[in-house]
Design a protein around this ligand. Structure first.
Ligand code: UFG
Length: 350
């Protein structure tokens, strides 16, 4: 079964491509490489070849933006003509920096929303109506009680989050169209960290990382001087923010579970939180990282970061019950694998 993976060269996309290939799916990736690296998918192939002792495995890669309708359509035509049509899409393509979305909202609306509309239009034209979409926990409002459920209030506070909500709404409207049978899973990710256990693929942010985990690994490696902890006066046990960190391979496997779940239905729309259901504070994360890897993280306390929320933790019961999936790798494993990737690749894929 052939799957199209827009944005498959990025952090979560590349780990999902690996999981797909290991489960025997054929994949085609469309990626602009604006925020990802050419080497990631080559390394995915290296891992699959090594683990499965196979030589004849490939990923068809199209370097293009999903706003380019002709480029997307070309792929659907190619596989239709080969008698191996694209059966489903796992859609990662889009911009993902909260900060950048505030500075350039038009770019975010254009790439994320127009790109998705374009993709859906072509899918529809070629009768491919199964899609797993990369949504985000950032769509939930601040005032919700925890843990966050799929029916908690949706109230994003930045343009990035609003583009994710808009795409979910477009998918909803598409699903409600009476004539076509769409199968749609909106996966709301919590905080993906770590790397594949081989240390061969991982997160390779361009420039100084915004997110805490790559920041920690780069401080530990001596690339960055010090981690600033944003706030020590939050109403949590140790005063620092709490997040639901999930191993990127658990998240990757969640996508395949969602795809296989959708295949049980004629028509389906489901929203699912992909998290562990466990909250970890910034200090707990640093502490675990230091202990399991026997390293020291130089740190200081800074003021609260604008737009941060105190606690973001998933209620993952729906995903656990629907998907026959559960996160298997704990925080220690996330820290071990993330550090292995950092040591083996001090400058990421560069
Ligand atoms: N933090 C620091 N110092 C840093 C960076 C982060 O203390 O240098 C803290 C933040 O204040 C926050 C926690 O670490 O409490 C996690 O911050 P991240 O930036 O790693 O992640 P966020 O929870 O802010 O957001 C991430 C992604 C979003 C996604 C969201 C889902 O960046 O794209 O998770 O909840 F939508």
């Amino acid at each position: 079964m052939r799957i199209l993976v827009p944005g498959g060269a990025g952090f979560i996309g590349s780990h999902t491509c690996l999981a797909l290939l290991e489960k025997g799916y054929e994949i085609t990736v469309i990626d602009s490489y604006i925020n990802s690296h050419k080497k990631s998918l080559q390394r995915v192939l290296d891992i699959v070849k090594r683990n499965n002792r196979v030589k004849n495995i490939s990923i068809d890669i199209e370097i293009a933006d999903i706003r380019d309708e002709k480029a997307v359509e070309k792929l659907f035509i190619r596989y239709k003509d080969l008698g191996n049509p694209i059966k489903a899409v796992i859609h990662f393509a889009g911009r993902k920096s909260v900060q950048e979305s505030v500075l350039d909202p038009l770019l975010y609306w254009d790439v994320n929303v127009n790109g998705s509309i374009n993709l859906l239009r072509v899918m529809d034209k070629y009768n491919c109506r199964t899609i797993v979409f990369s949504s985000s926990a950032t769509i939930y409002g601040f005032s919700n009680s925890l843990p966050l459920k799929e029916n908690s209030e949706i109230k994003p506070i930045n343009p990035y989050g609003r583009t994710k909500v808009a795409i979910e709404q477009i998918l909803n409207d598409t699903y409600n169209n009476q004539t076509d049978k769409w199968k749609i899973a909106n996966l709301r990710y919590f905080n993906p960290i770590g790397a594949h256990s081989s240390g061969i693929i991982g997160e390779s942010p361009i420039g100084i990382p915004n997110n805490i985990f790559p920041y920690i690994t780069q401080v530990a490696a001596g690339i960055l001087d010090q981690l600033s902890i944003f706030g020590q006066d939050w109403p949590t046990l140790d005063g620092t923010c709490v997040r639901d960190y999930i191993h990127v391979m658990d998240l990757a496997e969640g996508h395949i579970a969602a795809l296989e779940y959708l295949n049980n239905f004629e028509k389906k729309l489901v929203n699912l939180n992909l998290g562990t259901g466990l909250g970890t504070s910034v200090l707990e994360l640093i502490d675990t990282f230091e202990k399991v890897n026997n390293v020291k993280i130089s740190k200081n306390f800074a003021g609260r970061r604008i737009g941060d929320s105190c606690k973001v933790v998933a209620d993952n019961c729906l995903a656990l019950s629907c998907l026959n999936w559960s996160p298997k790798r704990d925080l220690e494993k996330m820290c071990l694998d993330g550090w292995k990737w950092q040591i083996l690749n001090p400058r990421g894929y560069d």
